[in-house]
Design a protein around this ligand. Structure first.
Ligand code: FAD
Length: 498
């Protein structure tokens, strides 16, 4: 049970404090806990509210990395996709992806045929240990007519066929993140939302812990540990500088990335990889809606309100329409914008970093026991966290301990908004139990936490009101009773069409 008691938590001494409850911090807390480290995780808002909430939800299997022959990322992605398919069978599912081929550039059927064969051969152990309905099938080349039957509005002029392969889709990334945290807490970790790390405490250059503030009560608190890891995502650079004046630049150069949820039927039952004039776009069926991404634009702002401007959304819609014939997406179909900051290779660039950054601040004369970690993909966060932990242990001249925790808590079933409404109608007490399980186990402070980050019931603004009304009815929960409005999250992500 993730319990929120910041004051009692301050009475304990920890082996490690992780700052940031995104997917990187959550995995680090889990990896450390599995190996017997007493771990505290602090999150300034709600768990997973920032970049991790905005992922496009593809657990990449590495096919894309064959283009650049980046075999290290290829094998890491295959391994982590399998880990996700194994551990979250209801939340992570195989995803068929279709790419129409016109024989331009490298997009010749022959070239893609070789790439698909290589993809299958290099990932031949991809299904070992998986249950059959989680298997990732082999790729294949389809004829033009097969392509048209799967993607009826595809541009047929010059069409040479299509490439079909499988990745995996993370249906609800926020539930995966919560399950990772529940697992860590089951092993003894303490995970606190709405607690912001403020200052690093050190003595003679050795880290002693952090000063923090409970944003619900306003209480200042001190947490002690000899190791502090900054997993603050887009705030990683700022926090590193604040805690260590010698911190290098380049821990995180922000670049804005965003996806759009469109209130219209997807053009194909498969995920599509289509070419615009600038880049490859991905189109994902999202129930009766369509998720399209990803647009990358420069970012100069420094506020927590991370959102593209309307003209950037319009520009992206034009790009989508140029890539999908007869799609004609319009601004008023945009029901949600998923936006976040990703690390770029340089300041004010949109060229993304390809490698995670792990920095030991002591190596530049900074505090001993202070580390910063910033990653580039949701998919590989677990592996990156495990590697970071190995390096932290090496700094203390220790080997990475074996995992000692062998059990994990049973998964809480994932209910969609419509599934929940249906359950309310056919079995109100089961619906009530489900909401209570989430409230009692997952440190829900605001209604928004429940709607956006313990479930995806708020994903579609149209469905959200109906679900909220049901939850209020079940629990008699009046959101206005909840204190401290100024620490509630500003939703950058609800689109504001004209
Ligand atoms: C539009 C978009 C699409 C993407 N698509 C994919 C995809 O399809 N597949 C994929 O694998 N990856 C994808 N990614 C990348 C992936 O989402 C990110 O790499 C990952 O979520 C980063 O996680 P994080 O934990 O580093 O950061 P975050 O999730 O941003 O977490 C950092 C946390 O630190 C907290 N924090 C900051 N300062 C403090 C403080 N002082 N005290 C306490 N807490 C603090 C913040 O509140 C925040 O919650 C996508 C990203 C974007 C933006």
């Amino acid at each position: 049970m993730i319990e929120r008691d910041p004051e009692s938590a301050a009475a304990s001494h920890y082996d490690m404090i992780v700052i940031g409850g995104g997917i990187y911090g959550s995995h680090l807390a889990l990896e450390a806990t599995l190996r017997g480290f007493k771990t505290l995780l602090l999150e300034k808002k709600d768990f997973g509210w920032a970049t991790s909430w905005n992922s496009f939800r593809i657990a990449h299997g590495g096919f894309r990395y064959l283009q650049t022959l980046d075999l290290v990322r290829f094998f890491q992605s295959v391994k982590e996709r399998k880990w996700l398919l194994t551990h979250f069978p209801d939340l992570v599912k195989p995803l068929p992806c279709l790419m129409p081929l016109y024989g331009k550039g490298t997009r010749y059927p022959l070239v893609l045929g070789i790439a698909l064969a290589l993809n299958d051969c290099l990932s031949r152990n991809r299904n070992e240990g998986l249950v059959e309905d989680q298997f990732i099938p082999s790729g294949s080349l389809l004829s033009p007519s097969q392509t048209v039957s799967l993607f009826p509005t595809v541009e047929t002029q010059g069409l040479r066929g299509s490439a079909l392969w499988h990745d995996a889709v993370i249906k609800c990334p926020q539930r995966v993140l919560m399950e990772v945290l529940r697992w860590a807490v089951h092993g003894g970790a303490t995970c606190l939302n709405y607690v912001r790390a403020e200052c690093l405490i050190s003595d003679n250059g050795d880290v002693q812990g952090v000063d923090a503030v409970d944003l619900q009560s306003g209480t200042a608190l001190r947490y002690s540990a000899p190791v502090v890891v900054n997993c603050a995502g887009p705030w990683c650079q700022e926090l590193a500088r604040h805690f260590d004046s010698r911190a290098p630049d380049g821990l995180f150069h922000p670049s804005l990335a965003f996806n759009l949820v469109l209130n219209r039927r997807p053009p194909s039952p498969m995920a599509l990889a289509v070419q615009s004039s600038r880049q490859t776009l991905f189109v994902l069926p999202w129930g009766k809606k369509t998720l399209v991404g990803t647009s990358h634009v420069r970012w100069r702002d420094r506020s927590d309100c991370i959102n593209p401007e309307e003209q950037q959304i319009r520009q992206f819609l034009r790009e989508i329409n140029s890539a999908i014939p007869r799609f004609e997406a319009t601004l008023d179909q945009v029901v949600r914008v998923y936006a976040g900051l990703l690390p770029a290779q340089r300041l004010e660039s949109t060229k993304l970093s390809v490698q995670p950054v792990f920095h030991n601040h002591a190596s530049n004369g900074g505090p001993r026991g202070f580390f910063s970690l910033s990653g580039v993909k949701y998919t590989t966060a677990r592996l990156v966290a495990e590697k970071a932990l190995r390096q932290i242990c090496a700094f203390n001249k220790e080997r990475l301990p074996e995992k000692t925790l062998q059990t994990r808590p049973p998964l809480i079933p994932h209910l969609t908004a419509s599934g929940f409404i249906r359950l309310c109608e056919i079995d109100p007490s089961a619906a009530e139990n489900h909401v209570n399980t989430l409230l009692q186990n997952e440190s829900v402070v605001y209604m928004e936490d429940l709607m956006m980050r313990r479930t995806d019931w708020g994903m579609s603004p149209q469905d959200a009101e109906g679900v909220k009304a049901k939850v209020r009815e079940i629990l008699g929960w009046d959101e206005s009773d909840q204190p401290v409005r100024d620490s509630a999250i500003q939703y950058s992500n609800a689109a504001q069409p004209n």
